[in-house]
Design a protein around this ligand. Structure first.
Ligand code: ADP
Ligand code: MG
Length: 388
């Protein structure tokens, strides 16, 4: 509400008119890490932190953009999209480019946007910005896109225009989020089931390490190659296998382990994680959050020891909470080498835990820890009607 009013005010001051306002949230992922590009499942949810984007058509064909958080303007035209060079306008213009490629002739428009998703912390502020843009433009110019189309266009914008090779999860969660529910997304079929997350006495708390080690992108590419290598080795004996989704631990022991221990460890983590996600969903059905949380810890140790994408700061944050009865589960979230841990914490204890962990983290690393308390909310949509 507050964010909606804020961006509306900014827009009025800049463009002197009453805009439509769209919201697209960031996301968390409870379990299912590095499974997306292996054609497995993930379990994300949209959160209460979001991008708020005000938009209105223009008479001419120029595009005027304003970032409220950076206080920066950018101008270009639909006919000749000018790249900003990996800066914030590219996340918007990448979506415009996707729509133009489909043959839609967009007119000019004004946008002002801002939000409260921490940038670069692994909550997908970039996907939220793309999804806010896709939802807004599709509505403004009456384009015939489904929600899945919008998520795919937003992903393509990040892949092609910004140049970041992300999977579909972030954009999918931002578009399809549902209050109080996790999204069990099958990355192969791109279909989902909603899983109720009825944990009223628990809070989801993110601890932001505030570090991003430079290894992140090279290691990400290497892990993808290692997974492909594992699939290749199994395929020699089972030609029908096309991804780690089709592979069992027994197959890995038989065909991969004797050839390459490292590739075996990587693949074994992924196959284990896919099974763990299914198990975690069964615990959710029974509202057994203790067991669900145990799965999160197991994921962390798989990522640390087998997949080797954790780091000192992430491990420290998980180890600090592991023996505390108020913490049901915790793990590193995202690609690794920095970003946040996600913690399931007894609601009453959450604030004091965060304060205490921040103190210990500061002592150990000299860095300030940021803690974000998040709730699970609806995905992208127009908010003007309800908050006008
Ligand atoms: P993440 O998606 O994990 O938050 P990224 O590096 O992928 O991190 O995306 C962050 C980038 O997205 C920012 O550097 C900026 O260019 C853009 N962005 C996201 N949110 C905003 C915002 N509120 N205002 C301006 N730019 C934003
Ligand atoms: Mg991003």
């Amino acid at each position: 509400m507050e964010q909606t009013q804020k961006i509306k005010r900014t827009f009025r001051e800049l463009f002197g008119a009453s805009p439509l306002i769209f919201r697209a949230p960031g996301r968390i992922n409870l379990i299912g890490e590095h499974t997306d590009y292996n054609q497995g499942w993930v379990l994300p949810a949209a959160i209460d932190k979001a991008i708020y984007l005000a938009i209105e058509r223009r008479e001419d064909d120029s595009i005027h953009l304003f970032s409220d958080d950076y206080s920066e303007h950018f101008e270009t035209r639909a006919g000749e999209l000018r790249r900003s060079g990996k800066l914030w306008p590219d996340y918007i213009l990448g979506v415009v480019e996707q729509f133009l490629k489909d043959g839609h002739s967009l007119g000019g428009f004004n946008i002002a946007f801002g939000g409260d998703i921490p940038l670069g912390a692994g909550l997908s502020s970039s996907a939220a910005l793309e999804c806010a843009t896709a939802t807004a433009l599709s509505s403004l110019f009456d384009l015939p896109y489904s929600r899945l189309d919008l998520a795919l266009k937003a992903q393509a914008a990040e892949n092609e225009f910004v140049g970041v090779k992300c999977g579909l999860m972030d954009q999918y969660a931002s578009i399809f989020g549902k209050k109080g529910h996790l999204i069990k997304l099958d990355c192969a079929s791109r279909e989902h089931d909603y899983v109720p997350f009825a944990a009223s006495d628990l809070r989801i708390v993110l601890f932001d390490t505030q570090v991003k080690h430079s290894l992140a992108s090279s290691a990400y590419n290497r892990r993808r190659e290692e997974c492909e290598a594992g699939v290749g080795l199994v395929k020699e004996h089972h030609p029908g296998v096309s991804s780690l989704r089709d592979v069992s631990e027994t197959m890995l022991r038989q065909y991969v382990k004797p050839h390459d221990e490292t590739v075996y460890q990587r693949c074994s983590y992924v196959v284990g994680e896919m099974n763990r996600l299914q198990e975690a969903c069964e615990h959710l059905e029974e509202n057994n959050f203790r067991q669900f949380g145990q799965c999160m810890f197991e994921t962390h140790y798989g990522l640390k020891n087998q997949y080797e994408v954790s780091c000192f700061e992430l491990d420290l944050l998980v180890e600090m909470v592991e023996t505390r009865p108020d913490v049901f589960g915790a793990r590193m979230m995202g690609g690794g080498f920095g970003g946040c841990t996600i913690n399931l914490v007894r609601a009453e204890a959450a604030e004091s835990l965060a304060a205490e962990i921040a103190g210990i983290y500061h002592e150990a690393t000299g860095m300030r820890l940021a803690a974000y308390f998040v709730s699970i909310e609806d995905g992208a949509g127009c908010v003007t009607a309800s908050h006008a």
